[in-house]
Design a protein around this ligand. Structure first.
Ligand SMILES: Cc1cc2nc3c(=O)[nH]c(=O)nc-3n(C[C@H](O)[C@H](O)[C@H](O)COP(=O)(O)OP(=O)(O)OC[C@H]3O[C@@H](n4cnc5c(N)ncnc54)[C@H](O)[C@@H]3O)c2cc1C
Ligand code: FES
Ligand code: FES
Length: 475
């Protein structure tokens, strides 16, 4: 027996005795809430999107759209969820459902509940209607990126965009808008057990670290956008899962005079919204990182925790000269990110350590950029990713840091290229010479995303693009 519960569409519901790795999607569907669909079970299609009440940035609570296929139900103990069924009824459609219906935004309907939930999250986003229209925003401020994690095979998307751009503001009696003004559900220390294993949400960082010290075999999870795929697609069934995403010690945010400190358990969306453009290099990276649905769950610590050579934050953070605060029961230590990765998915982080904080020194370099070379503009894994931070004084390159991803077993600094730039005049000739050096950085591989020669060519091209963009020749 378990006593865990959550609020679903306004009703307190016991989680019940289910295997601990049961996804939110399967759990909802087993209870007859079959609006959310399984299209892919790996975060790619958004058919499973639901709304969760998360701590807000501009209001105490924000309705946040997430992929229900990736989250374990145990992670929502004490939390609040709204599914497409909870938004409106056939007799009384929610405004997003109404606009989707009248504008032809739904044909076969498989994707519709997911679109409706992602659209509802954007409908309720505080300050949305104050944003002005452009190629990716409606006159009503609706940000099309909010739908970047939702796929539709039927409509061709135009009617969905028409529905999104036709939305007004929530009315004075809108229950979900009213809920946003109250505090979010507090995180609940959870211990859920089944024959598959245990899921534990410790009450504090100390509790998490002491559990981790006892059980080095435990699987730490934050947003579960990576581990959820492991469970669904690769059959991973860790005997102990430790959830750290709501630990307040891992959710700090501070922009000081000398550094920016980002809690490892902040999501990409939270960091994007809180920084609000204050770190331009990260501002360029955010929209290229997966989709809004994934960024709503994915944490920055989780991206570094995977140790992946193709994660998007490492090249950006390497260029920003970031360091990591690693915490364990033995204390804390600070590791420069440039010394963190040691091999393919290997890092200096010990099994009993957690990434607590990411520290970015200030001031930032005046010229920065993030280039991601991928097959699609959004929601794609990079073939190559490059972060730039360059300072030119009196026409001479005074400092250059270039972070690379996708060209070796680990993310790395392009040290030879940096050396070819520093002390040289910031001219096309210097950059063309350095681009030749950059094309030879790393040990790029052939794989299904790109050939090694393509990756090398893209490195050189990227540096030229950076230079010409800074000269105002390219956008
Ligand atoms: C559809 C899809 C698209 C994606 N697109 C991108 C993309 O464009 N770019 C990209 O970089 N990634 C992408 N990812 C990968 C993934 O979303 C990111 O790596 C994400 O940042 C992982 O964060 P999380 O909080 O979900 O981590 P989790 O899945 O919870 O954990 C991932 C790993 O990190 C460890 N971990 C988590 N937090 C910590 C911590 N504080 N300290 C130590 N270890 C920790 C966990 O133990 C686990 O090993 C994508 C994933 C999916 C499913
Ligand atoms: S089922 Fe496709 S994203 Fe969840
Ligand atoms: S309406 Fe058929 S998949 Fe979108």
């Amino acid at each position: 027996m378990t006593n865990q519960s959550l609020t679903v569409n306004g009703e307190r519901t016991a989680i019940g005795a289910v295997p601990v790795h049961t996804s939110v999607l399967d759990w909802l569907r087993d209870r007859g809430l079959t609006g959310a669909k399984e299209g892919c079970a790996e975060g790619e299609c958004g058919a499973c999107s639901v709304l969760v009440a998360r701590p807000g940035i501009d209001t105490p609570t924000e309705w946040t759209a997430v992929n229900a296929c990736l989250l374990p139900i145990a992670s929502l103990d004490g939390q609040e969820v709204v599914t497409s069924e909870g938004l409106g009824t056939p007799a009384e459609l929610h405004p997003v459902q109404q606009e989707m219906a009248v504008r032809g935004g739904s044909q076969c309907g498989f994707c519709t509940p997911g679109f409706v939930c992602s659209m509802a999250a954007e409908y309720y986003r505080p300050g949305r209607s104050a944003c002005s229209g452009d190629a990716e925003h409606g006159e009503n401020g609706f940000d099309l990126h909010s739908l970047s994690g939702n796929l539709c095979r039927c409509t061709g998307y135009r009617p969905i965009r028409d529905a999104a751009y036709a939305l007004g503001d929530p009315g004075a009696n809108d229950v979900l808008a009213g809920r946003a003004a109250a505090a979010p559900p507090a995180p609940v220390a959870t211990g859920m057990h089944s024959a598959e294993g245990s899921f534990v949400r410790p009450a504090s960082l100390d509790d998490a670290l002491s559990l981790l010290a006892e059980r080095s075999d435990a699987q730490v999870v934050a947003g579960c956008t990576d581990t959820g795929v492991q469970v669904n697609i690769f059959g991973s069934r860790p005997s102990l899962t430790i959830a750290i995403d709501r630990l307040s010690e891992l959710r700090g945010f501070e922009v000081g005079a000398g550094e920016v400190r980002l809690g490892a358990a902040l999501t990409l969306t939270e960091i994007e919204r809180r920084l609000a453009g204050r770190v331009p290099l990260l501002e360029q990276m955010f929209p290229q990182f997966a989709s809004r649905l994934i960024r709503n769950g994915a944490t920055i610590g989780g991206n570094l925790g995977t140790g992946s050579p193709i994660g998007d934050t490492p090249p950006a953070l390497l260029a920003l000269d970031a360091s990591l605060v690693l915490a364990s029961q033995r204390g804390e230590r600070v590791v420069p990110l440039a010394e963190y990765f040691t091999g393919y998915r290997q890092t200096v982080k010990a099994a009993d350590e957690l990434i607590k904080t990411i520290v970015i020194p200030l001031p930032l370099a005046p010229m920065t950029a993030f280039h991601k070379i991928a097959k699609r503009r959004f929601d794609d894994i990079s073939s190559v990713a490059i972060g730039y931070a360059v300072e030119v004084r009196d026409g001479v390159v005074a400092a250059a840091r270039i972070g690379l991803g996708g060209v070796a077993a680990t993310p790395l600094r392009a040290r030879a290229t940096e050396a070819a730039l520093i002390g040289q005049p910031w001219t096309e000739e210097t950059v063309r010479t350095a681009a030749g050096v950059m094309a030879a950085e790393g040990t790029p591989m052939d794989d299904h995303r790109a050939s090694s020669s393509y990756r090398s060519a893209m490195l050189g091209q990227s540096l030229l693009r950076f230079y010409f963009a800074e000269q105002g020749v390219l956008a």
